[in-house]
Design a protein around this ligand. Structure first.
Ligand code: SAM
Length: 276
């Protein structure tokens, strides 16, 4: 079979399975399988593909038909221009989370605490962009921390990153210039309505703690002020409809300079505040 024949057949299969962008997905998967760039696939139009590559490619297409996200099939996701290893143990980092990175990189700081690091996309990106910064990053999932560790080595920042298996602040001592978290913030009602791509392939603990979706903010904000330096900053990713509730929690906890920031789609995405 040639690359072009494989693409035509796989795109038809993906379309039959109800995949919304069959042309893009088939090209991404074939390019990965053949270890070429997608833009170079056309150069291979008439080349014959080996049986091993063909079997591997159809396994990928079958996974995609089961709604497995392309990034989870490939095993990596690009975030702020770097590739991060991802797997079943971590949330697939979302493009909207880059809003947090933009805001953090606007600050002057020496150390940072990330709560719920998952793949390490936030902590590793900040460390890679800021060679003078050190970071402690926690997660309740030991498996997620292994992935974060792999990503920290891949991007050469492991000597400045301390990874801790901790329930929010339980194992944290000292104070930090910045605290950042993209916690599980989906309510049990919203979780019940999520599509298979998310529910089946992102760990439940990375998406929801059940209830109204605000539990993680309540827990984090009950202790955050005591872990921040004077005039320290906190950055929390929020759901599009959570700004008022989280603003209220920040005020109650004693924070000041509370601001809501929008993502590229103009939805509320991050709330920031400062310690007095
Ligand atoms: C929405 S994911 C964010 C992952 C990553 N920071 C990102 O933005 O892609 C939330 C993370 O919080 C972690 N988590 C959930 N409950 C936690 C807890 N009680 N203490 C620490 N981490 C927790 C989950 O394991 C998950 O990795």
């Amino acid at each position: 079979m040639t690359a072009q024949e494989l693409l035509t057949a796989s795109q038809a299969k993906l379309r039959d399975c109800g995949i919304s962008n069959p042309i893009r997905d088939a090209r991404l998967l074939l390019a990965d399988c053949l270890m070429v760039k997608t833009q170079n696939l056309n150069l291979l139009d008439d080349s014959y593909i080996s049986e091993i590559e063909i079997s591997k490619f159809w396994r990928m297409i079958n996974d995609r038909c089961k709604k497995k996200p392309v990034s989870k099939i490939l095993g990596y996701r690009s975030f702020w221009g770097r590739d991060f290893e991802i797997n079943d143990n971590v949330l697939d980092p979302r493009g909207d989370t880059e809003t947090l990175i933009e805001l953090i990189l606007d600050c002057n700081f020496e150390n940072m605490l990330e709560l719920g690091t998952g793949s390490g996309a936030i902590a590793v990106t900040v460390l890679a962009e800021r060679p003078e910064v050190t970071c402690v990053a926690t997660d309740i999932s030991e498996y997620a921390l292994k992935t974060a560790s792999t990503n920290s080595k891949k991007h050469g920042v492991e000597s400045r990153l301390k990874l801790l298996n901790s329930n929010w602040f339980d194992k944290i001592s000292g104070r930090f210039d910045i605290i950042v978290s993209n916690p599980p913030y989906i309510s049990s009602k919203e979780y019940a309505q999520l599509g298979a791509e998310v529910v089946k392939y992102d760990p439940k603990i990375s998406l929801t703690l059940g209830g109204d979706g605000l539990e993680a903010y309540r827990e984090i904000l009950s202790q955050a002020l005591g872990k921040l330096s004077k005039n320290g900053h906190i950055f929390l990713e929020i759901g599009w409809n959570q700004a008022n509730a989280v603003r209220h929690l920040l005020r109650e906890a004693g924070f000041q300079e509370i601001r809501v920031h929008k993502d590229l789609g103009s939805r509320d995405r991050v709330i920031s505040a400062e310690s007095p």
